[in-house]
Write a protein that binds this ligand. Structure first.
Ligand code: PLP
Length: 367
């Protein structure tokens, strides 16, 4: 019998599925370890605001009901926080859902979608999943080469993805570079600006201010990173009301569940937790960079809660050796970055465990 795969859209044959970080429980099961440090998925090592479990407990009373399909209260909270109108907000089951939705709404057939080499893998996956044409622009020093990306925007181009900072590289650009880029993108091409890590350095850009000027700009944000809600899946897009109307037409009516909506509102209202997260990350980043430097390792510049480390060996080999020591990092062969791993910034003791394990594997002088 022919493989059922032959029934699928032929363009899906080339699709490389997203490779998630290895779950803690899986490693515990496999190696019988009790102590595992996971620095593989850029989660918040501080957990969540104390207001979040309280909000979830209250929302639990109503789980027999469908969630608010329009996310009224969450949109009100987001609108107030960012000084935008609720007609500019699209909620998603994680920002991944929003990224996927944008591609589904605006690209098909021979339409082109431009993104950078080493950019977040979801852009290529979403593009391939609708059968549109992905145009990958070679990176510059592992970051986005914005002038080259502009030059790659041809007559068939529908949208260009830019991640700032980018995952997995951590590379970033400032407001002047962003503004100059958007100014040069034709008005009929969407600029999808993915800012999943923006809370770690809010001084980097003020992209929300650009929404007033550019109706082709879509900003994607996530509650999974600094807000610590990765397991609940909430993200959103800010855009012109015209673009937002299209996105909400195609969006599944109940794509953000009721516990997630309640948790996101509580998380957004506790900006002190976000500030604590930022400070904790700054300290952890300094600790990690100093430790990696002692080990003689080079890193890419990062403005996120993770660092991309260049290795004298294959990333996959280091990944496997660190697993045996109970430390999970992220190998990057899916990005063809064979001699790199991505390491999330954890707590002081998690960072220390990771650096000690690295020293054991690599030799070196870390103490
Ligand atoms: C983590 C991440 C996302 C997706 O986050 P969600 O959990 O789906 O909200 C989007 N973009 C980048 C660059 C990320 O690193």
């Amino acid at each position: 019998m022919a493989s059922l795969f032959t029934l699928a859209n032929p363009k899906l044959a080339a699709l490389q599925p997203y490779v998630p970080g290895k779950p803690v429980d899986e490693l515990k099961r496999e190696l019988g370890l009790s102590d595992v440090v996971k620095l593989a998925s850029n989660e918040n090592p501080l957990g969540v605001s104390p207001a979040v479990p309280i909000a979830i407990a209250a929302a639990l009373q109503d789980v027999a009901r469908y969630p608010d399909g329009n996310g009224f209260a969450l949109k009100q909270a987001i609108a107030a926080h960012y000084a935008v109108d609720t007609s500019q907000i699209t909620l998603g089951n994680g920002s991944n859902d929003v990224l996927d939705l944008i591609v589904r709404c605006f690209a098909a057939g021979t339409d082109e979608v431009v993104y950078s080499q080493y950019a977040f893998a979801v852009y290529a996956i979403a593009t391939q999943s609708v059968g549109a044409v992905g145009v990958e622009v070679p990176a510059l020093n592992y970051g986005h080469d914005l002038p080259a990306m502009l030059a790659a925007i041809g007559p068939q181009c529908k949208m260009v993805f830019v991640a700032n900072p980018n995952n997995p590289t951590g590379t970033y650009f400032n407001q002047a570079a962003l503004l100059s880029f958007i100014q040069q993108v034709p008005a009929h091409v969407l600029v999808v600006l993915d800012e999943a890590y923006v809370e770690y350095d809010p001084t980097l850009t003020d992209s929300v201010a650009l929404l007033r000027q550019f109706s082709n700009l879509i900003i994607c944000r996530s509650f999974s990173k600094a807000y610590g809600l990765a397991g609940l899946r909430v993200g959103f897009a800010l855009a012109s009301s015209g673009v937002t109307e299209v996105l909400n037409r195609v969006r599944q009516p109940f794509n953000v569940n009721s516990l997630a909506q309640a948790a996101a509102i509580a998380a957004l209202h506790d900006q002190a937790f976000v500030e604590a997260t930022r400070q904790h990350n700054n300290l952890g980043m300094a600790q990690m960079l100093a430790g990696l430097a002692q080990l003689g390792l080079q890193v890419l510049p990062s403005k996120g809660n993770f660092v991309c480390v260049q290795l004298p060996m294959a990333g996959q080999v280091l990944f496997e050796q660190l697993l045996k020591l109970g430390v999970i990092v992220r190998p990057l062969q899916g990005y063809a970055m064979h001699n790199f791993v991505r390491i999330s910034i954890g707590t002081t003791s998690e960072n220390d465990s990771c650096l000690s394990a690295l020293k054991q594997v690599l030799g070196g002088t870390y103490v």
